[in-house]
Design a protein around this ligand. Structure first.
Ligand code: PRX
Length: 654
């Protein structure tokens, strides 16, 4: 570790950045932290399986496992033979103590309405909902799709599924009807839980309308359960659609939780793959719950008196692990917010922190960069003194945003945990432990106890100091168990490099002299747009689906706020004239096919694309063009004039 470690003082941002400081945990934080020294790392290295077994013991099991790990690479089973229920661990086990009356969810709707659900409330609601879902014919192993706004019913639906052993697949409410349809069909879901609408920036997102359009082409869906959120006008199809409040009215108040095998499926969550087809990542029960319960408690130093706010949507893995399963298994109080950070004003998040006394705040770098742009007057106008820990997730955080977050939100008091993980990893894997880790802005620091990672070269040689690919070299309990219905794709995507020995994360990383990991972003064809994974192929397929498009190539380009934005190079079919109007139509077409998160920010019309002799599009060169850089190595191109012309044309037009 670098000598002369100092605690930050209120020097200017520029000075902080220039000094390249490191940040030591303060005495005050350390003295109260769960983990105050590094012995936990040594213990875990000595016997990783015993370490994870110890963590699993913090959960309530109906029957103990007879084997900790069964590892038949690349297929892992954890806590084999154990019986457990995720919902029971998040709810039932808390209601026989004072926790019964503690707030589980403090929810705030965008228009300003509020709901507080105690653990007892949650218990009662989830039991009834589990019975209601069962009465709609859902049994253990059946899939249930959830397409809801950020309302407590989203969490309750997940827990109710888990209670009866149904497998949920939550689809982010910002996805289009078409994206919803694809996910439902892949999962063969029988039930869809949705709402009439949800609020976003003062308007109603017409969820039911999108759900209706999707379900038309989903023969597996037998019933649709509809939460009344906005009271907007919707169509209810008789026999298929049921109001949530109606079925709840008649539901029995207790539903026996299913004794699930540790390796029974808990959920499927779709994430972008390098092909156009999203991958249904599958997570099972015992190992996933162990991972999220452990990390929620120790990465966030989550205490019974904390108020924990993770701003992610439950439609993403962050919402699964750090709104629902991890915090609730720890009997925490979570804040949940429905809407946008700039509604009605750009201080909404800070107002929520002030109002609910949030102590731990977990958000994404893209949001932090937007806050920076909006100006310090917004957080400065609010009382943020309740905060004691900050977190970041979803993409690399640039040191400038890190320092801003530290200074203006944490007021130089709160450690920041930059947490690296993925939908596939289930829980946080690389992150500081806030009571012991010395922080370096921009680095997720080191793998957590029990996790083994390496930076490897293409050939699989370990990089001790320098750059390469991030690999995970030992199985961990919350790891994905596969891709739904496609074990071969699982093997191919994650376990085909390095002789199939290690898990390939798809991320580039650098390791420094202190063994700190610096994540560098994706090395495959997946873009990180405002922290959301979107594959270039997905957007390309959406574009060529438009009647005027002959071919397209999509690249992620640098964006000040979103990290990456989408640039699409498009070849139009003969008879179509490039122009603003077509560009707008194409952007809208992508929104209709995938959702607003995938809207290209630039459409560049061209008559040709740079390709290698074997016909592969050279995206690297397209990125050079779109970001206005000098062209990199062009020697493998079939025709170098194509990209030169494209660059010239691009520069003339912009
Ligand atoms: O590239 C990494 C980036 O997000 C990817 C995983 O995305 P997703 O499955 O949607 O899960 C996001 C929430 C966990 C990773 O492969 N990523 C996530 N967190 C970080 C990050 N990159 C750098 N630093 C992080 N803290």
């Amino acid at each position: 570790m670098r000598k002369g470690v100092k605690k930050a003082t209120s020097t200017t941002l520029a000075a902080l950045l220039k000094e390249n400081r490191v940040f030591k945990p303060s005495k005050e934080f350390k003295s109260q932290a769960y983990i105050k020294d590094k012995s936990i790392y040594r213990k875990a290295v000595k016997n990783p399986q015993a370490f994870w077994e110890h963590q699993a013991e913090s959960l309530t099991w109906f029957k103990k496992w007879n084997k900790i790990l069964d590892w038949k690479l690349p297929f892992a089973q954890w806590f084999v033979g154990g019986k457990i229920n995720a919902c029971y661990n998040c709810v039932d086990r808390h209601i026989n103590s004072v926790i019964r009356n503690k707030a589980a969810i403090m929810w705030e709707g965008e228009p300003g309405d509020n709901r507080v659900l105690t653990y007892w409330d949650l218990y009662r609601e989830v039991n009834k909902l589990a019975n209601a879902i069962q009465s709609l014919g859902i049994k253990k192993g059946d899939r249930v799709a959830i397409y809801l706004p950020m309302i407590p019913e989203a969490v309750m639906s997940m827990l109710a599924c888990a209670r009866i052993g149904a497998v949920h697949t939550v689809v982010f409410g910002g996805f289009s009807a078409e994206a919803l349809k694809d996910r439902i069909n892949d999962a063969q879901a029988k039930l869809l839980i949705t709402a009439d609408g949800g609020y976003r920036r003062g308007t109603i997102v017409q969820l039911k309308q999108a759900a209706d359009a999707a379900v038309q082409n989903c023969p597996s869906i037998k019933n649709v359960l509809v939460v009344q959120r906005c009271k907007n006008e919707i169509k209810m199809q008789q026999g298929r659609d049921h109001w949530y409040h109606d079925v709840m009215k008649n539901a029995q108040s207790y539903c026996e939780p299913e004794k699930m095998d540790s390796e029974d499926l808990l959920f499927i969550l779709y994430t972008s793959g390098t092909t156009g087809k999203p991958k249904g990542i599958i997570h099972t029960t015992g190992g996933y719950m162990t991972g999220v319960t452990f990390t929620s408690k120790y990465v966030f130093d989550l205490k019974p008196e904390d108020v924990f706010w993770c701003t992610a949507d439950v439609g993403w893995v962050t919402g699964h692990s750090y709104i629902t399963y991890g915090p609730l298994a720890n009997a925490a109080t979570v804040v949940m917010y429905e809407g946008s950070p700039d509604w009605p004003e750009r201080n909404r998040f800070w107002k929520i922190i002030e109002k609910h006394g949030v102590t731990i705040f977990y958000t994404a770098p893209t949001a932090i960069r937007a806050f920076m742009k909006w100006g310090t007057q917004w957080p400065e106008g609010c009382d943020l003194s309740s905060l004691r820990l900050l977190g970041s997730v979803g993409e690399p955080i640039n040191p400038e945003a890190w320092v801003w977050y530290y200074e203006y939100i944490g007021r130089e008091r709160c450690p920041i945990v930059d947490t690296w993980w993925q939908t596939e990893t289930g829980c946080i894997l690389i992150s500081p432990l806030p009571g012991v880790t010395i922080l370096k802005p921009g680095s997720a620091t080191k793998p957590l106890p029990g996790i083994e990672a390496k930076v490897l070269t293409e050939e699989g040689k370990e990089v001790k100091v320098g750059g390469g690919y991030l690999a995970l070299t030992k199985p961990w309990p919350a790891m994905l168990r596969g891709i739904f219905g496609d074990p071969e794709r699982y093997r191919q995507t994650y376990w085909s490099r390095w002789g199939g020995k290690y898990y390939f994360t798809g991320d580039g990383a650098k390791i420094d002299e202190d063994g700190y990991y610096w994540l560098l972003g994706r090395v495959d064809d997946i873009m990180l747009v405002a922290g959301h994974n979107i594959s270039t192929m997905e957007v390309e397929s959406a574009l060529v689906d438009h009647s005027s498009v002959a071919e397209s190539a999509v690249v992620g380009i640098k964006d000040e706020i979103k990290g990456q934005a989408i640039a699409a190079f498009v070849i139009l079919k003969d008879g179509n004239t490039p122009g603003q109007e077509v560009a707008e139509a194409l952007k809208q077409h992508v929104v209709n096919k995938i959702g607003a998160i995938a809207r290209p920010s630039k459409i560049i019309f061209t008559s040709d694309l740079p390709k290698t002799r074997s016909g592969k599009i050279m995206r690297r060169l397209l990125r050079d063009v779109a970001e206005g850089r000098a062209l990199g190595d062009v020697t493998t191109l079939a025709d170098t004039t194509v990209v030169e012309n494209l660059k010239r044309k691009y520069e003339e037009e912009t």
